[in-house]
Design a protein around this ligand. Structure first.
Ligand code: GAP
Length: 472
């Protein structure tokens, strides 16, 4: 049974070094979290797996890493300055503010008063000032999505990489939104990370590619361990669509606080390439919009045969890394009764996402022969597997097992006196170790010589192959 309350996850994350409230030393900063030693590994593993599967495993994808501060014109033409708002209401009695769609039965969630204002728009972007002059003329925005950095680099990528349609540009990195009511742990925060693909397609094939990416992203989340029963697919109503989208399908996950969006897969049409293009901006000048237009580029791609120019449509699979981490933790969390009447918490993470892949544990501390053998096994494995492998030298085997169950280490390797020629009474056990499996608790004796290949084939053969696209 996966985690059924956020409290269980928050407590585990703090106890085992996954996630802490940011600035907790000074009372915390609402909507911000820090990742600890285990959390950073889990998050990086998720991002690296996404990059491997969406960029390296494909022939049609290019990666970029664009700046976090955006030119105000980028966000003006993208529509964010005018429309990237949530509706906000205020309580006239206690001055609390919250998102209108989070309102409960017309009452203030703080004091219960019914004296609340009409909803009004609140722009979610963080603004900052460039350089020393505080004159309001040198503003920039922290990007509210990584996507705009992809659109503004479209021509750079086309000119330098010469891709042919269809192709994608991928980016993963920080995004910032001044959420009115951040809540539910790392689900809705003000600083988060996204993994976004803008996939450029011939306009007449947009629906087919949209369907392709919905399927592809569902398959990928299943490969990250999310169960089909908890990952739902929902097409957005026309009224709920973002200003840029023709159609959007959300992947909804059953988080402990309820069913909510993990990823959106949108058909953004030619909205963004069009609005960052010289031609379209000139049209708006003709329509008497008084702006200082300075995009000099045409965001189009030339057909190599016909030499005609085409503005592609864009399919955008966009997900939050932090929400991915929360979904994976939710799914992996289990509390289990044990044979001795006690119970344990175990994170059943897919091995490729686990923060620590293998823990090497000498059965007793302060025994130099045992510890030296354990250390040399760790070094050998590290070299052979190039994974995060740790040596535990506290001597308390029970505590080590409990800790590694709780951080999701797929297996522990115990080095005992039988592993050593000098101390064993059983010659068959010399140069062997015990591999304890996290989930089944089975213990298997394996020779040190074959340990790396045993671990590789038992735990670390992750595979995800991109599906091919068929136009039937
Ligand atoms: N470029 C499209 C875009 O940004 P979005 O639905 O606003 O679309 C995409 O965001 C994903 O980013 C969401 O599905 C969610 O996983 C994540 N996300 C958005 N706002 C977030 C927040 N305040 N905290 C954490 N993750 C967030």
């Amino acid at each position: 049974m996966p985690a059924n309350s956020m409290e269980q996850l928050v407590a585990l994350c703090k106890r085992r070094g996954f996630i802490y409230a940011s600035s907790s030393l000074y009372g915390g900063l609402q909507g911000f979290y820090d990742y600890g030693p285990m959390g950073v590994e889990l998050k990086k593993n998720l991002q690296n797996t996404w990059w491997q599967d969406m960029v390296y495993a494909r022939d049609d994808m290019h990666g970029i890493d664009s700046s976090i501060l955006n030119h105000p014109k980028t966000l003006h033409y993208s529509g964010h300055v005018d429309t990237f708002c949530d509706m906000m209401v205020d309580c006239r009695s206690c001055k609390a503010r919250w998102r209108a769609d989070h309102e409960e039965k017309g009452c203030c969630p703080v004091c219960g008063s019914k004296d609340i204002t009409e909803p009004r728009p609140f722009n979610l972007m963080f603004q900052t000032q460039l350089g020393p002059l505080q004159d309001g003329k040198h503003i920039a925005y922290l990007r509210p999505e990584t996507a705009q950095g992809i659109f503004t680099n479209f021509k750079n990528v086309v000119d330098s990489q010469s891709p042919k349609l269809p192709f994608g540009i991928a980016q993963s990195g920080k995004a910032f939104r001044n959420e009115i009511t951040p809540r539910n742990f790392i689900f809705r925060v003000r600083e988060f990370e996204q993994m976004e693909i803008e996939y450029f397609v011939p306009p007449e094939l947009d629906t087919k590619w949209h369907d392709y990416w919905i399927e592809e992203r569902i398959r990928w989340w299943h490969a990250q361990g999310l169960s089909p029963e908890r990952l739902l697919v929902e097409r957005q109503n026309a009224d709920d669509l973002s200003h840029y989208a023709k159609a959007t399908t959300d992947l909804i996950y059953a988080f402990p606080h309820g069913n909510e969006e993990l990823e959106g897969i949108a058909n953004r049409t030619d909205y963004d390439l069009g609005s960052h293009s010289k031609d379209q901006q000139e049209l708006s000048i003709q329509a008497n919009v008084q702006e200082n237009h300075d995009s000099t580029q045409r965001m189009a791609i030339q057909d190599p045969q016909s030499k005609s120019w085409q503005v592609p449509y864009v399919i955008e699979p966009s997900c939050g890394v932090d929400r991915g981490v929360l979904a994976i933790l939710t799914e992996a969390y289990h509390e289990e009764p044990l044979a001795d009447g006690k119970s344990r918490v175990v994170l059943q993470l897919p091995p490729h996402l686990a923060p620590v892949k293998v823990a090497i544990i000498p059965l007793a501390k302060n025994k130099p022969d045992l510890v030296n053998l354990a250390r040399s096994i760790r070094q050998k494995l590290q070299k052979a597997l190039r994974l995060h492998i740790v040596l535990e030298n506290s001597g308390n085997i029970g505590k080590n097992y409990r800790r590694h169950d709780e951080i999701g280490t797929p297996c522990c390797v115990t080095v005992d006196f039988d592993s050593l020629q000098e101390t064993t009474t059983d010659v068959d056990l010399v140069n062997t170790v015990t591999v304890r499996d996290r989930d089944s608790l089975s213990q298997t004796r394996i020779s040190i010589d074959t340990l790396a290949s045993y671990l590789q084939s038992t735990y670390f053969d992750y595979d995800f192959t991109p599906a091919s696209f068929s136009i039937l």
